[in-house]
Structures are given as C-alpha cells and as structure tokens.
Design a protein around this ligand. Structure first.
Ligand code: NAD
Length: 354
C-alpha cells in the first residue's frame, strides 16, 4: 500500500492531476499494488482558503507520504501579493528546501510521432534523448536577497551562492546517470564570468576522476542555449545550477514537442516530488484544453523513481507513445491531419492503451 500526496494547486493543475490519478489507479490495478491518495492545498488555492501558500498540514502530509504528485501553482490573481506570500516562491521553493529535494530531473525525448509538433526542424530533432539534472535548492533563488538605498537610489540584489557539497551531490547524480546511459556528461556554467561557476567547474572536474568511463565536457550557458536548438543530439546528460536549469529546461521542452509533454522528478530527500514542468497555464485553465501527458508521464517517473515500480512506469510511457502514434493530440501539439481531443479524452485514450 502506497500513500501518495496530491497537490493539484492552481489553474490547469486542478484538471491535470485528477487525470494523472486515473492513470495511476489503472496502473495499480494492472500491476498489483494498492495506492491511497490524500489531497492537500498548495499555492493560490491555499492562500484563498487558509491565507498561506504552503500550509503546515500540507507539508506534514508530504513528509508522511511515499511520494508527491503536484500540478502547478500561481496565476494572475496572486501575482501582486508580497513575496513571502507568492505561490511559486513561498510554496514551491519552501517545499523543495523542507523536503531536501536538491535534484530536479527532466528527461527530454522526442517521440517520433511528435516530430512535426515542435517549431524546430525535424532533422534537428530526430533521435533527441537527453536528461537535464538541475540543482534545485541553491543558487540565486535561495541566496540572500533584498533592497537597499544607495546614494538616494533604490537598489535590489540577489546572491548566487554554492558550496562544494551542494555541487558534488548534484554532479554525482549526473555522473551516475551518464554511466547508465550513453556515457556523456555536459556540465553547464558561466565560469568565464561567475565565481560560483568557477567553483562549480573545479568541483565537477575533481569528481570526474572517480568516473573515468564518463566523457565530461563543459559548456557556457549562453552557448548551451544555442547548441540545444542547433544540434541537440550532442547531449546525453546535462548538469547545471538552479537558474540556468530553470531556463534551459523550458527551452529544451520544445525538443519534445511542447511544454505540455515534459515531466519532472525532484529527488534527494526521503520523499520525491513529481510534477509537470509547465506552470498553471491560466490562459487555458478550466477549458478541458490542457495536455495531461506531462502529468501522466510524471506519474510514470513517480512509479519509477519514487516507488521502484519500473514495469508500471514503462507501461504508462508505452501507452502515451501509442496514443500519439494513433494520432490523438491536444491543442498544444495539434497539427493538421491529427485528431484534436481535450484533457479528459486524451487520458481516456491513454487508459484504453495501458
Ligand atoms: P505556463 O507553463 O503556465 O504556460 C506557458 C504557455 O504554455 C501558455 O501558453 C500555456 O497555455 C502553455 N501550456 C503550459 N502547460 C500546458 C499544457 N499542459 N497543455 C497545453 N498548453 C500548456 O507558464 P507561464 O504562463 O509563464 O506561467 C503561468 C503561471 O504558472 C505563473 O503564475 C507562473 O508563476 C506559474 N508557474 C508555475 C510553475 C510550477 O508550479 N511549477 C512553473 C512555471 C510557472
């Protein structure tokens, strides 16, 4: 019996998490395990109900579960709140820190049937299969920040801080993953400008001595952004710090057709957090238009990395590929000649092929 904390959050989170649960229950029945779900408030929904974006009871539920499935948080309604109440900062960053989730894993794979859905050329995308490891609890998003008046003018600052141990633990995850894949690791930094990047690079180089079988390269983040759209096939495993990873993974989502396809796993502590890489998409919320596949693929990651149910994970990924091969598409991946379906119908198709 597994206990899963469900945090739908805001916007399309309310629509896609229930679809992920349908697939989860079906997989549990098929692969012979029991699962119990308990839902809690997070983000704007929690602010509206309880006045805080991450209520204590939500965090307690997360800490006492086997894994967490999250939708998305945030939206225009809460954008003007003070920083300590904003859903993204105060809920997500606090949850990551409290649960020790220092490694965010985002697999980016181009499924052949989606080759035409991306804005990039087919010949650039064919065969793309990489994993990005983003450091999640350090760097600019967690460093000291504030405002101060200097010479009568307001100034704002954010500090980018990394310690050797923080770099080592995420880099180790990258080396281990590369070892199990094609043996190539690219470490992304800005060592020509940033001191934190120079420490990052030195630390990764030292660790590389333990992994002689992994081919290590370094790349500046600006070049990496360009290389991801120029020749993405060169990448196997990428490791990078928090903010660079935030930006590069959104960019890389177009290598898998749409941000609505990209799943993510945040690991490092006792309990893993699994969520689609996209946000709450307020522009399409409540219209049955959201692509549920990133959430369904996040359920697959949860089964694999959170519960060790590899067969169930592979079966879900197979069902998603099959549905796409059959030509079913939500609006974000639609192309002429394919069948346009909504959030619920897309999930029905996955269930029918699982
Ligand atoms: P977004 O990812 O929500 O949306 C960007 C674009 O992609 C929109 O046009 C949206 O319609 C589309 N899109 C996203 N997911 C989709 C899906 N599953 N199916 C179809 N189309 C999809 O990013 P944004 O617009 O920058 O942010 C909206 C809100 O979400 C903001 O409040 C932001 O802070 C928040 N956000 C939350 C998270 C999170 O909870 N992890 C991550 C990113 C942004």
């Amino acid at each position: 019996m597994y206990k899963i904390a469900l945090l739908p959050g805001d916007g399309i989170g309310q629509e896609i998490v229930p679809q992920g649960v349908r697939v989860f229950k079906h997989a549990a029945g098929k692969f012979g395990f029991d699962v119990e779900f308990e839902e809690a408030l997070v983000g704007g929904a929690a602010i509206d109900a309880l006045g805080v974006p991450l209520p204590d009871e939500t965090l307690a539920l997360c800490q006492n579960s086997d894994a967490i499935l999250l939708g998305a948080v945030g939206g225009p309604k809460w954008d003007t709140l003070p920083v300590h109440l904003r859903p993204e900062g105060a809920a997500l960053l606090k949850m990551r820190k409290a649960l020790g989730l220092y490694a965010n894993i985002r697999p980016v794979r181009m499924l052949p049937s989606l080759l035409k859905a991306s804005t990039l050329k087919e010949e650039v995308l064919q065969g793309v299969d990489m994993v990005v490891f983003r450091e999640l609890t350090g760097g600019l998003y967690f460093g000291e920040k504030g405002r101060r008046e200097v010479n009568g003018e307001m100034q704002a600052f954010d500090s980018l801080v990394y310690s050797v141990s923080e770099i080592q633990r995420i880099a180790r995850q990258g080396f281990e993953a590369a070892r199990k894949r094609r043996g190539k690791l690219c470490s992304v930094d800005k060592a020509n400008v940033l001191e934190s990047s120079r420490l990052w690079r030195e630390t990764v180089n030292e660790l590389a001595e333990e992994y002689p079988d992994v081919e290590l390269t370094h790349m500046y983040v600006d070049n990496c952004a360009m290389q991801l759209v120029r020749w993405p096939l060169q990448f196997d495993v990428i490791i990078t710090e928090n903010m660079f990873g935030d930006i590069l993974t959104d960019l890389a989502s177009m290598l898998s057709g749409s941000i609505g396809m990209l799943a993510s796993a945040s690991l490092g502590g006792k309990v893993g957090l699994f969520e689609p890489a996209h946000g709450s998409a307020p522009d399409i919320a409540g219209q049955n238009k959201a692509n549920p596949l990133a959430t369904i693929l996040s359920v697959a990651l949860l089964l694999r990395y959170g519960l060790g149910q590899e067969h169930a994970a592979t079966a879900i990924e197979g069902a998603v590929s099959k549905v796409l091969d059959l030509g079913y598409r939500t609006g974000d991946i639609y192309e002429p000649g394919t069948k346009l379906v909504g959030t619920v119908e897309m999930t029905d198709m996955v269930l029918g092929n699982l």
